[in-house]
Ligand binder design. Structure first.
Ligand code: FAD
Length: 510
């Protein structure tokens, strides 16, 4: 939050429209971080309209969000039916029959001051890599293959400090959990439908008018109303950047079923004829979904394909969803900030939506208005930062599609040969030529993530760092063998995930 020169608390009235995951995450964080500043927070939501009702896999940053609210991990996990997540297994993405994991960890260690993947590429070209491939040199991948989990060590010299983890949880239960947190911190909730958004002469939002006739005024409106973008688009007509030409999937169908055995500590994403399917094991069920492109498969066929591969009977009617990948041209306009699905949508291949919510909330707190009069510079900076984040995530997701070698269906032929954003084309070219991964100062997906997908989908650099050749092959092989053994031993020493969950007093199938 910025410094207010007048030393008087900014008596800003905030109205959050929407009580899905984004609305309640925003309400919790604002009520916790702005406590004592005189800011008042109100939230309106409509049970009749409901929430999107999907969203289960996350990235490790969610732990920082929970920690910043002071949530206890065991309590949070039992209230949201959560499991641990060590990575995502991608099946059939490079070629049919391939499988690789994107873990929350780097592969191997530098050898002779040269990043591991340069040595790995040389060894691979010479046919000297182990049968288990990259999986063998990753502690979290070995652990997840065994169904094991352990908390990382905070000591950087400890081998167990080399990975991170996220959660798989029920986003609806998470929203309910955060609702009680936010209400306990003074957030006032109003049930009902917004009928109309009233604008001031200067184009800023004055108030929302409920179907009950109540008029709710505020200084800052946080639009968390989901895909419809009630204020940001409905009233302010911000406009949408449509990224369908790079990410052609535009529909999904989701359905839960019982887990087949203990839940596994990872998410699975399997490529299909005209899209891909997810499987996300929670404590009490597995979430399943089929993300697909309506230009290549119809809704009934997509639903039938999903139901046909469930490990157990469906526990509810399949839920069909439509979306347009992209983002609002500006996510903060005047006195309205959009967060969550109201701000934009990128398909859940890398479990990024809840993280983008978290980022939006963090940026809003950093730039929170110091008075009821908005500063357009805050909005401009928010829009610049969020656009960068969305574009980086977009490029990383597009990589999975364009880096396929699948040529067995019209959909994959389209993806393999489609035009891609210039920003991604430059990144891929640099990697293909010299094995260099473009570095960001910060951002969600750093070098290890890009390497997991490049190498996992058989994109190897043509040339590697010339210093890699200065290390004798036998020395490289010895380091790799030692690394594999360390990972195997460390993974085997971890408890089964089900043991940790029951230590947390949660009921999971044996
Ligand atoms: P919603 O859940 O749609 O909530 C909107 C809220 O606005 C509701 O409370 C509604 O009642 C209210 N509202 C709307 N109109 C009005 C009105 N007129 N008056 C009053 N209230 C109103 N994210 C991940 O991080 N991981 C995943 O694995 C993942 N999987 C996904 C899979 C699919 C197929 C889809 C579509 C999304 C997925 N997401 C995932 C995204 C995730 O579901 C959303 O980011 C998250 O649920 C936040 O949604 P939201 O709160 O922005 O919107």
């Amino acid at each position: 939050m910025k410094i207010n020169n007048t030393n008087t608390p900014p008596k800003v009235r905030v109205l959050i429209v929407g009580g899905g995951t984004s609305g309640w995450m925003a309400a919790s964080a604002l009520s916790a971080k702005l406590a004592g500043t005189g800011v008042s927070i109100r939230l309106v939501e409509s049970a009749e309209i409901g929430t999107v009702g999907v969203g289960e896999a996350t990235v490790p940053h969610i732990r920082h969000f929970n920690a910043s609210l002071g949530l206890d991990e065991a309590d949070f996990m039992s209230r949201t039916e959560a499991t641990f997540k060590l990575g995502i297994e991608f099946r059939d993405w490079g070629r049919k029959g391939d499988a690789y994991v994107h873990p929350f960890a780097a592969f191997g260690r530098d050898i002779g001051g040269v990043p591991f993947h340069h040595h790995w590429t040389r060894a691979h070209r010479a046919g000297r890599t182990p049968a288990g491939g990259l999986d063998d040199v990753s502690l979290p991948i070995q652990a997840l293959r065994m169904g094991r989990f352990g908390h990382p060590s905070p000591d950087p010299s400890n081998f167990f400090s080399t990975f991170s983890y996220a959660y798989q949880f029920d986003a609806g239960l998470y929203a309910a959990y955060l609702r009680s947190y936010a209400e306990a911190r003074g957030v006032v909730r109003t049930e009902g439908k917004v009928r109309e958004v009233a604008l001031r002469d200067d184009g800023h939002v004055d108030a929302v008018v409920m179907e009950s006739g109540e008029r709710i005024e505020a200084d800052l409106f946080v639009d968390c109303s989901g895909f419809r973008g009630l204020i940001i688009e409905g009233a302010l007509k911000t406009g949408y950047e449509d990224w369908t030409r790079w990410l052609p999937c535009d529909r999904a169908v989701a359905v839960p079923c019982a887990n087949d055995g203990p839940p596994s500590p990872y998410t699975r994403a399997t490529s299909r004829e005209s899209g891909w399917m997810w499987r996300i094991p929670l404590q009490h069920r597995a979430g399943n979904g089929h993300v697909y492109c309506s230009g290549f498969i119809d809704d009934d066929a997509a639903e039938a394909a999903l139901l046909a591969q469930l490990e157990n009977p469906a526990q509810a009617a399949p839920r069909r969803l439509r979306f347009t990948t992209g983002k609002r041209k500006r996510q903060w306009v005047g006195n309205c900030v959009s967060i969550g699905l109201a701000a934009g949508f990128l398909e859940p291949l890398e479990s990024t939506s809840i993280h983008l919510i978290q980022l939006g909330i963090g940026r809003l707190l950093d730039l929170f208005p110091t008075s009821p009069v908005m500063d357009p510079l805050d909005a401009a900076e928010f829009n610049r930062l969020m656009a960068l984040e969305y574009e980086r995530v977009r490029d990383f997701i597009v990589l999975h599609y364009v880096a396929t070698q699948r040529d067995d269906t019209p959909f994959w032929n389209h993806c393999r040969t489609m035009a891609i954003p210039d920003s991604l084309a430059t990144k891929m070219e640099l990697f293909k030529q010299r094995g260099v991964v473009t570095l960001y100062r910060d951002g969600m997906f750093l070098e290890p993530s890009w390497l997991a997908v490049y190498l996992g989908q058989n994109i190897l650099p043509d040339q590697v760092d010339p210093r890699a050749a200065l290390v004798a092959d036998a020395d490289v092989d010895r380091v790799i063998a030692a690394e594999i053994e360390s990972c195997r031993r460390a993974a085997s020493s971890m408890p089964l995930q089900s043991e940790i969950l029951s230590r947390y007093r949660m009921q999971v199938p044996a």
